[in-house]
Ligand binder design. Structure first.
Ligand code: NAD
Ligand code: MG
Length: 389
């Protein structure tokens, strides 16, 4: 039996992970499940999977969670400290699927106790890739990518020599507004942005897909995960979302990873690694699909991509600033304080202001400094959003 924990169990990735685990209950011993506001779902899954522990990040929901779990034998806990404590409990495999920078500390903690960390939480790689790999080395654990593009790159690199890699191409669906004009995008509502043409995901990443902030995050994630020169990393729009990434080698070969837009592939790959096991995902009928199409990912239309390039160039703690500014800009868009296209303005202005102030981005890589950069960037981004709204 493998001991597994799922952080962000009630979300889209968490539920897909539970789907796979629940198909083979005898193979897994569930240690901890965590969630936030949806304690009903959390309690239901914790009971069904006979988890040792269920944790909500919301302290005021602890009495409700306790009541839902009464008599089940599942321990209940609440708050960020309880989530951190849960991540420190011995487990062989841990899914990191909390959304946002809140996923960083539990991920580091899980690596610290030597677990294999299946990383959906791209924010931790963008904010603190170096700390994640330090924790992997020190704890003896292993980080495996779950973001579909990075799982695809990882799979294309198996058995290959990194020095033979000429380029890495990650694909973007283009999101909800890929055929909209800039004028239409300027007036887009959160509801319109939260509808994805191909993938069924959480609200925040779906909106980030429409702005291409998700792809921007993934460019940085590629750089951090595979330590590849940013000049070799590209994004291309591929509306069908069937090819997730391609790796180009110095002999001209391009190895593509093709599969249906179903996160259970990447989750299952990380769950069974280094083996491959049958997964309940659709088998593609290429003749039926007919064709795959591609378009340039225009950096004028999608300034998020240009900003990601700047962040990769700057390095240091600029990833933490970028992510925090992006999360804050998204909150401002969700509350209708700013428009869809203004999210990039907020992020750009925040990066500029923080580098103008100095001292933050080139601070040494430590958890305290990453959290301080995150905190400062949120503050500056909130001020910027209020100013331009
Ligand atoms: P989601 O919004 O559906 O779920 C987020 C989960 O995090 C929920 O369990 C929620 O309760 C929990 N959570 C939210 N705020 C929290 C906080 N402050 N503290 C603790 N827990 C909190 O999101 P998702 O789509 O499942 O995405 C999760 C992560 O995986 C994100 O980093 C996202 O970028 C990444 N990812 C998602 C997909 C996808 O297909 N959904 C694909 C690739 C990567
Ligand atoms: Mg992705």
């Amino acid at each position: 039996m493998r001991r597994v924990s799922i952080f962000g169990a009630t979300g889209s990735i968490g539920q897909n992970t539970i789907d796979l685990i629940a198909r083979a209950p005898d193979d897994y011993d569930v240690v901890a499940l965590t969630g936030a506001t949806n304690v009903t779902q959390l309690a239901k899954d914790a009971k069904r999977l006979q988890a040792d522990l269920a944790v909500t990040s919301e302290e005021d929901l602890l009495p409700e969670l306790r009541a839902l779990l009464a008599g089940s034998g599942v321990e209940a806990a609440a708050g960020d400290a309880a989530i951190k404590e849960a991540a420190g409990r011995p487990a062989d495999w841990v899914m990191s699927a909390i959304v946002g920078a809140a996923g960083l500390v539990p991920g580091l903690e899980a690596l610290g106790q030597g677990a294999t960390l299946a990383l959906a939480n791209k924010e931790s790689m963008v904010c603190a890739g170096q700390l994640m790999f330090d924790a992997e080395r020190d704890g003896g654990g292993k980080i495996l990518p779950v973001d579909s593009e990075h799982s695809a790159v990882f799979q294309a690199l198996i058995g290959e020599d990194l020095s033979a890699v000429e380029r890495v191409i990650i694909t973007a669906s283009g999101g909800a507004f890929r055929d909209w004009s800039l004028e239409e995008m300027a007036r887009a509502t959160p509801e319109q942005a939260a509808t994805h043409p191909n993938w069924d995901m959480g609200q925040r990443i779906t909106i980030d897909s429409a702005s291409l902030f998700n792809k921007a995050m993934e460019l940085i994630e590629t750089r951090e995960f595979f330590r590849i020169d940013p000049a070799k990393i590209e994004a291309v729009v591929h509306p069908e979302s069937m090819i997730h990434a391609l790796v180009g080698f110095n002999d001209g070969a391009l190895m593509a990873h093709v599969g249906p837009p179903d996160m259970r592939h990447a989750i299952g790959f990380a769950l069974h690694h280094p083996h491959r096991k049958a997964l309940p995902v659709e088998r593609l009928d290429l003749v039926k699909l007919g064709q795959f199409t591609f378009r340039a990912a225009d950096e004028t239309r999608y300034p998020a991509l240009r900003l990601a390039r700047e962040v990769m160039q700057t390095g240091g703690l600029s990833g933490a600033v970028f992510n925090a500014a992006k999360e804050t800009a998204l909150d401002a868009f969700l509350s209708r304080q700013i428009g869809f296209l203004q999210m990039a303005e907020v992020v750009e202005a925040t990066l500029l202001e923080i580098s103008r102030r100095g001292g933050c981005i080139d601070a040494a890589f430590s958890l305290d400094n990453v959290l301080a950069a995150d905190h400062l960037a949120r503050h500056v981004a909130r001020e910027t959003a209020a100013r331009i709204s």
